[in-house]
Design a protein around this ligand. Structure first.
Ligand SMILES: *Cc1c(COP(=O)(O)O)cnc(C)c1O
Length: 295
């Protein structure tokens, strides 16, 4: 790590805090919160774990700019913009949906722009082809040389960064639950856990593509499948960034009981999933479940 990345120093290991809840205790389940939301003030949670190794590689290779991709509500774009500002790197964000150009920016994109990110709105057809060499070459031609980070920040370096979350938990939990968007965090987390532990990914979007994607990312990062993991598909509540009254009521009650207002897009769905799985008898009595508070 070069001196120029010390602005990214983090509070690791992040705390693992037990919370008492009779709704779980009655099923013999203990809940621990892995407080990744506390890892860095500007780059919370898994975005920090994923970006840090990529930023170190970018700086080491002498890059002065980062180029990455995301949807209009992407936490990853926002985190990349903040990291670029901290490290003095120019940032370019390619945003899905050319219809957004010329409209007022939503809070997420406004925060990225305020951190100096240049936003480029791509039409959906081009955005889908973003990993193809000619599409990428055209972007670099237009915006200048840059270290390229894929959508959601999930590449091999990011997955290896997320393995640290698993190794910090070690054997303090039997099951570790994490929300899944691209699956990069689950891929790394599972690889870092103690051999007896299992990672459960709660999908926050529809599609059923996650098991294949997690396996692909583990192959890219480690050369093959690592750790014990599975994906639970029943808790997306209508799809990405959507919700239901049950989810909202659950999140409000969790906040009232435990003083932690769960981030709505990912963390609330993950916690809802943990409680629902416990209520359905998915965990043997005595199971210690660590829930990763990714943001
Ligand atoms: C991005 C994000 C995730 C999803 O991580 P993936 O590695 O894409 O699966 C989970 N939680 C929060 C809070 C996030 O911002």
């Amino acid at each position: 790590m070069t001196g120029t990345t010390t602005a990214l120093d983090a509070a690791v290991p992040t705390p693992l805090q037990e919370v008492a809840d009779e709704r779980l205790a009655r099923h013999g389940v203990r809940l621990l919160l892995k407080r990744e939301d506390l890892v860095h003030p500007l780059l919370p949670g898994n975005k920090y774990r994923k970006l840090r190794p990529n930023l170190a590689a970018a700086v080491a290779a002498g890059h002065t700019a980062l180029l990455t991709f995301g949807g209009a509500y992407s936490n990853h774009l926002r985190a990349t913009a903040a990291a670029g500002r901290l490290l003095g790197l120019r940032t370019v964000g390619v945003v899905r949906g050319e219809e957004l150009a010329g409209r007022p920016l939503n809070p997420s994109l406004a925060a990225a722009a305020a951190d100096g990110m240049l936003l480029h709105f791509a039409d959906r057809a081009t955005y889908r082809r973003k990993a193809e060499p000619e599409v990428l070459a055209a972007l670099l031609d237009r915006f200048g040389p840059a270290y390229v980070v894929p959508e959601g920040g999930s590449n091999a370096a990011a997955v290896r960064g997320c393995a640290e979350v698993g190794s910090e938990i070690g054997d303090a939990a039997d099951v570790v639950a994490v929300a899944c968007g691209t699956g990069g965090t689950l891929a790394g987390l599972a690889a870092g856990l103690a051999p007896g532990a299992e990672a459960v990914g709660i999908a926050v979007l529809r599609g059923g593509f996650l098991p294949g994607e997690v396996l692909r990312l583990q192959q890219e990062a480690f050369g093959g499948r690592r750790g014990r993991w599975r994906v639970a598909d029943g808790f997306h509540h209508g799809g990405f960034a959507r919700g239901t009254p049950e989810l909202a009521a659950f999140a409000a009650e969790f906040a009232a009981r435990h003083g932690l207002d769960p981030e709505p897009v990912y963390v609330a769905k993950m916690l809802y999933g943990v409680y629902a799985l416990a209520a359905g008898g998915a965990f043997a009595p005595g199971t210690r479940v660590a829930a990763v508070v990714t943001g």
